[in-house]
Design a protein around this ligand. Sequence first.
Ligand SMILES: Nc1ncnc2c1ncn2[C@@H]1O[C@H](COP(=O)(O)OP(=O)(O)OP(=O)(O)O)[C@@H](O)[C@H]1O
Length: 195
Amino acid sequence: MVYTAESDPLCYPGTTVLRNLLDLEDQSEIDEYEVAMFVIRSEEPWPEGELDYAHYQALHRHLFQDVYAWAGEARTVRIGKGGNWFCYPEYINQEMVRIFAELASQNYLSGLALEVFSVKAAHVLAEINAVHPFREGNGRTQLSFLTILAENSGLPFNPDVLERNRVISAMIDSFSGNEAPLAQLIFDIVNANTS
Ligand SMILES: Nc1ncnc2c1ncn2[C@@H]1O[C@H](COP(=O)(O)OP(=O)(O)OP(=O)(O)O)[C@@H](O)[C@H]1O
C-alpha cells in the first residue's frame, strides 16, 4: 500500500517505491513480486517461536525475506495511513514488548470460549496495527500471526472470511477504539460453523 511517509530513505529517490532486493523501481512490478513471494513463503513451514515479539519479527522476516533487506526489522521512519499515524519509531520496541507480554500474561488466549478469544485477539491485533512495526507487510503479518494464535488455541481458521474491504474497515474502526467489528470478523474466522 502507498504510505503517507515523510521523506523516506527506504524509497528510491523521488519515488514512493520501496528499495527492494530485485531493484524493481516500478511499483506494479514490485507489488507482483511481493505477492508471489509472499504466497510461496506462506506455504512453507513458518519459523518456530515463543509467540513473542522476536517470533513476530521472525515471521515477517520469513514472509518478506525475498523482497526487502530489512524484513523482520522495525521501521525507523514515521508512517501513517488514511490520516492515521502509527507509533513513533522510537517507541516501537517497547510497545511491541508490552503487547506480547500482555498476550503471555493471558496464556496466549488459549482455553477461551470463541467469543472471548475473538474479543481478546481483536484487541491484540488492534494494538499491533496501531504500532505498525514494519515499513510494509504489517497487514499480512497480522493475519498470519492470527492463524498462529488460533492454531495454538486449537481453533479452526476459515480464510474465506477474509474479505479485503471488511478486514481494512474493521482495522480502521479498531484504530479509533471500536474493536467490535474486528472481534466479529475474528469470530467468523474461528467459528467452524461459519461457511
Ligand atoms: N487508515 C487506516 N488506519 C489504520 N489501519 C489501517 C488503515 N488503512 C489500512 N490499515 C491497516 O493496515 C494494515 C496494512 O498495513 P501494510 O500496508 O503495512 O500491510 P501489507 O501486508 O503490506 O498490506 P495489506 O494488509 O494491505 O495487504 C492492514 O491491517 C490494514 O487493515
